[in-house]
Design a protein around this ligand. Structure first.
Ligand code: SF4
Length: 519
């Protein structure tokens, strides 16, 4: 550990020290908070506009506790014996404790070093984790909703409480996608639009249910990690695939039990006997033509309008999909299965003597395959990813030369986490990251009334690299000091085992060698 890392926590973390660093005393015991551009003047015993900072006996304090994450299983690093250090706090193992940005405080007006710059020894490598809460004006929420149901036209405005807070973006395989928030809605519209957008993002990131309505579409209740509710109906299944894919997957299992299968899908409706899967099985043509535009054999686009019916179409009577039955090809007694892409809707018909499809009881072997479609559907869920640009001023809390941090993150030498959750880094310029909000601890997000979202962010890197990046080495504090000072009032949670431990060798260390030297 370098000399600069031996700064004691008490110098830096006591309420008195913090009050000198953050906030300014004014007449009448008022403290002016400078943790964000709002600059609240807070009376004694009161909190600021965001409820995150308060005036406590003349000191500006962060109201929420810092969140520490405790890894309960072997992390792969050397376990440090408590007796070797002046450890007097809670029984937390420094080698297994991660200090998150939750409750840490911010660096505004930006040039201040991050609230916690934590030095620790992991697996023989001296590491530094720079911990802060970022104030993100440039941020948004990407929502993936596993459903075939039509939520609204692409690019349609998405509203909360009547205000536009985002738009429908490109649908993905089995999922409708929404883009919520963003700097334009936060700052470019009315004050109400900005505030409602901020509130909507905050609720989504907190895992709360949020009701969104889509112009020209429907209403959906979105909650991270839960099933979507579309126009009051809870979705159960994410489709097995598009109509063509379902034909390909189950063709052999249908063979011999039906003469034709039509899988109704808003995007690609599949017709078994025309499809290559049916051809390979030597199935005879059935002479049943479906509506829409034929793309390739057995694959039809635009068989209906999008909607809340079968396979994301507006169809509730599946026989509407059939445009023509060719009497030269079809025959009385021909057996037809029509199903949706989830198997939730299915009908079995037999052509009568006039070649009219007549619903009939579904034979067991056909029912078995329909049930298997359902069995192969995953549960329908909402996924909420917070996306933000961390390549701006918050870098000044990490280093005096921010471009070096950007380059180090891009090179994979510095790992970025949000409340300990892994952050996906977009290629290209800046530090544009995304994180799954369900992988983050509860209460990770806050806001300031500018409006902007406050979110935790941590940068973990080898300490020698931190020095090289122009880091605030004089503000580095040992994990032992952090734990003895902060832990008694911290909120301690268990590390989620499905999140990669940021200190694992090769994960973030810039491929530091076993002796901790960068290559
Ligand atoms: S809104 Fe919160 S962070 Fe901003 S100045 Fe007021 S109390 Fe401080």
């Amino acid at each position: 550990m370098s000399e600069t890392q031996k700064t004691t926590a008490s110098d830096r973390l006591s309420a008195e020290a913090r009050s000198k660093q953050f906030g300014a005393a004014e007449d009448g015991g008022i403290i002016r908070c400078d943790a964000c551009p709002v600059l609240c003047r807070i009376k004694p015993g009161r909190a600021g506009a965001c409820d995150r900072y308060a005036n406590e006996d003349g000191h500006l304090v962060r109201v929420d506790p810092v969140v520490l994450l405790n890894h309960t299983i072997e992390t792969g690093g050397d376990v440090v014996a408590f007796a070797e250090e002046a450890w007097e706090g809670k029984p937390l193992d420094p080698a297994r404790t991660f200090v998150t940005g939750i409750g840490a405080g911010t660096t505004y007006p930006d040039y201040k070093p991050a609230p916690f710059i934590v030095a620790a020894d992991h697996d023989g490598v001296d590491t530094v984790t720079v911990v802060t809460e970022g104030i993100f004006s440039y941020c948004g929420v990407k929502v993936k909703i596993d459903t075939d149901r039509h939520l609204g036209p692409e690019t349609a405005p998405v509203r909360a409480n009547g205000e536009q807070v985002g738009h429908v973006t490109t649908a993905e395989y089995g999922s409708q996608m929404l883009s919520i928030g963003g700097v334009r809605h936060l700052t470019g519209g009315s004050k109400k639009e900005g505030n409602v957008t901020c509130r909507t993002m905050l609720d989504l990131c907190a895992g709360e249910p949020v009701t969104l309505s889509i112009d020209g579409g429907n209403e959906v209740v979105v909650q991270a990690g839960k099933a979507p509710i579309v126009d009051g109906k809870r979705e159960e299944r994410m489709r097995v695939g598009c109509g063509s894919a379902a034909i390909g997957i189950f063709a052999q299992q249908w063979h011999g039990h039906v003469d034709e299968v039509i899988v109704v899908d808003d995007h690609i409706t599949g017709v078994l006997t025309e499809h290559q899967a049916g051809k390979v099985l030597d199935m005879p043509a059935a002479g049943i033509r479906v509506r829409g535009r034929r793309s390739t054999p057995g694959r039809y686009f635009q068989v209906a309008e999008p909607g809340l019916g079968w396979g994301g179409t507006d169809i509730t009577d599946p026989l509407e999909v059939i445009s023509k039955i060719n009497s030269d090809v079809a025959w009385p007694g021909l057996r037809i299965l029509m199903t949706s892409t989830t198997g939730e809707d299915a009908i079995y018909c037999v052509l009568d003597d006039d070649l009219v499809p007549v619903p009939a009881p579904m034979p067991d072997p056909v029912r078995t395959v329909v049930d298997r479609i359902g069995e192969n559907c995953e549960p329908s869920l909402c996924s909420v990813l917070f996306m933000a640009g961390a390549g701006g001023s918050l870098r000044a809390g990490v280093t005096e030369n921010p471009i070096l941090l950007t380059r180090s993150v891009a090179a994979g030498e510095t790992r970025v986490t949000m409340g300990g959750a892994p952050a996906y880094l977009w290629p290209g310029g800046g530090i544009t990251i995304m994180a799954d909000v369900t992988a983050m601890p509860q209460g990770s997000f806050g806001y300031v009334p500018t409006p902007a979202i406050v979110a935790p962010i941590e940068f973990t890197l080898p300490s020698r690299l931190y020095d090289r990046l122009g880091g605030h080495s004089g503000d580095v504090v040992s994990i032992y000091d952090i734990l003895s000072t902060v832990a008694p009032e911290a909120r301690v949670e268990t590390w989620r085992d499905d999140n990669p431990w940021p200190f694992n060798s090769g994960a973030s260390s810039g491929d530091a060698g076993p002796d901790g030297q960068e290559p």
